[in-house]
Design a protein around this ligand. Structure first.
Ligand code: UFG
Length: 351
């Protein structure tokens, strides 16, 4: 059985805790009284986020945060962390996440994402820590036959190595719970996380040209890029552009905290969708962001992007009933917070 009890004095390891979703989740955990150890190699994150976390949560809570710079695949480093801290549960975010890059570098993607998860669960088992929340994705549903997507919707073949790593890690973790009933696994399938901390101190800071819509739109708004490229306007959707279930990163972060509470005393493997239940098109996003930043953002229509699905959105009933969690923010607030972050930090965490 899992030993997660009261938040106070409960230590949680957050891999990839300096990244976009990880950092917002760390804030929620610290504010709820958890002790947090971040393991992050900073390969796709900036150490400056740690100061921002401290600023948001304040001195007392910041004292409960420890940062260890290490690759999660480094078993020696992980073992040292588990030896030093009494870790009761792990939230595992660390992984490569660029869909296009995964097609170019399949070996790196499979070896990093799957390799680090195997190293992690091995070290966890050696320390009798068997509670893990995994950062999965709606990508495992592939091109859906029916909407909204429930947790019962079939997993479909992935269209890229990144998607396969999420798909396979879900199955790997599920296997652990079959082999050893003490394992307590929660698979959280995120839809499209956007937005930023309402303080404007933390947000998404992609390296290079953003692959995802929102950071690209935000960079157009701040003048770093000329115009938004809309990938296809001939989809079978109301305005012809792709439809997604965008979710505020703070709602997503709260979803992790709710899952952690829910896991206490349980075992087995459970899946939850984390979305809002609403679909929004690319053109609707551009319009909402234009309103948030107070200027019309230019865009051009380009051909469809390979591997994109027409539309997806979540049925989040299960998370509401079981976890007592529900997304609170709408698109206008997501764009407002994303703009607040981008306009105050035009170059992300870099000066
Ligand atoms: N889009 C554009 N222009 C851009 C970027 C995206 O028009 O510059 C469109 C896409 O075609 C799509 C929508 O905006 O219709 C959203 O695209 P994103 O790249 O922001 O997000 P995806 O839905 O493609 O991908 C997200 C996550 C992946 C995850 C996937 C699974 O980024 O990690 O959801 O649902 F695998």
């Amino acid at each position: 059985m899992s030993e997660i009890a009261e938040a106070s004095h409960t230590c949680v390891l957050v891999t990839g805790g300096c990244g976009f979703i990880g950092s917002h989740t760390v804030v929620c955990l610290l504010q709820r009284g958890y002790e947090v150890v971040i393991v992050d190699d900073l390969s796709n994150a900036n150490e400056k986020v740690l100061d921002r976390i401290d600023q948001i949560v304040g001195e007392d809570a910041a004292e409960r945060l420890t940062f260890v710079r290490a690759d999660v695949a480094n078993k020696q480093a992980l073992t040292a962390v588990f030896d030093e801290f009494d870790i009761k549960a792990v939230i595992h975010f660390a992984g490569f996440k660029a869909v296009g890059e995964s097609v170019e570098k399949p070996i790196e993607y499979y070896s990093n994402n799957i390799g680090n998860t195997l190293a992690l669960v091995d070290v966890m088992r050696n320390h009798d820590c068997k509670s893990i929340i995994f950062s999965s994705s709606a990508t495992v549903y592939g091109d859906p036959d029916e909407l909204p997507l429930t947790e019962e919707s079939p997993k479909k073949p992935a269209t890229n190595p990144y998607g396969w790593t999420k798909w396979m890690i879900e199955e790997m973790l599920r296997s652990l719970t079959i082999a050893d009933p003490e394992w307590n696994v929660v698979l959280l399938r995120y839809f499209n996380p956007i937005g930023a901390h309402p303080s404007g101190l933390m947000g998404e800071d992609p390296k290079g040209i953003p692959n995802n819509l929102l950071p690209y739109v935000a960079q157009v708004a701040v003048g770093r890029r000329d115009c938004v490229h809309v990938f296809g306007n001939d989809y079978d959707t109301p305005d012809g552009t792709g439809v997604r279930d965008y979710i505020h990163v703070m709602d997503l972060a709260e979803g992790h905290a709710a899952a952690l509470d829910w896991m206490a005393g349980r075992s087995g493997c459970e899946v939850f969708n984390l979305g809002t239940g609403n679909g929004t098109s690319v053109l609707e996003i551009i319009k909402a962001f234009s309103e948030a930043c107070g200027k019309d953002l230019p865009y051009v229509v380009e051909p469809r992007r390979a591997g994109d699905v027409t539309a997806n959105w979540a049925d989040c009933t299960k998370a509401r009933l079981e976890l007592g969690w529900e997304a609170k923010y709408g698109i206008a607030e997501m764009c407002r917070d994303s703009w607040n972050w981008q306009s105050h930090n035009p170059n992300g965490y870099e000066e």
